[in-house]
Design a protein around this ligand. Sequence first.
Ligand SMILES: [Zn+2]
Ligand SMILES: [Zn+2]
Length: 152
Amino acid sequence: MSGPIICKVCNLALDGFTNEDGVTYLHTLSDAMDGKDINHEPVPIQAPPGWRGHCDFCTAGVPKFVVPARDFTTPGSPMGFSTGDWAACETCALLVAAGRWDSLVKRAAKHFERRMHFPMPSKSRSAVRRLYYKLAANITGPIRPLDGEEGK
Ligand SMILES: [Zn+2]
Ligand SMILES: [Zn+2]
């Protein structure tokens, strides 16, 4: 199983997009919106073991759990497709385990609004909801704590 793809220059997670040339990796929308320093060509590398990004759901929390998932494509979503497992912070992991996908969408929208100082557009909201429901159908097993936590 492959780990996340990150940018060698800025150490941030990258999103993959498929097109006729194969896969292109770009800096994430949320990092761009956060005003992070991403004004360079992304240099995709495999994340080293122990690398921690942010929660894949709310983008605010520190990931503590892994939601095991198959790769899947999400037409019309800003993510394009999802590769492998999702990282989740404690709160999001609880919501995923409880199947509270609408609460997860609300949580993502709330963090978006905090970052951007305007509400998440309803179009993005429905894209996020579609993405989460697609993920729900592709979860392959129980949520587990992130590996390597005990090695700190
Ligand atoms: Zn970068
Ligand atoms: Zn979270």
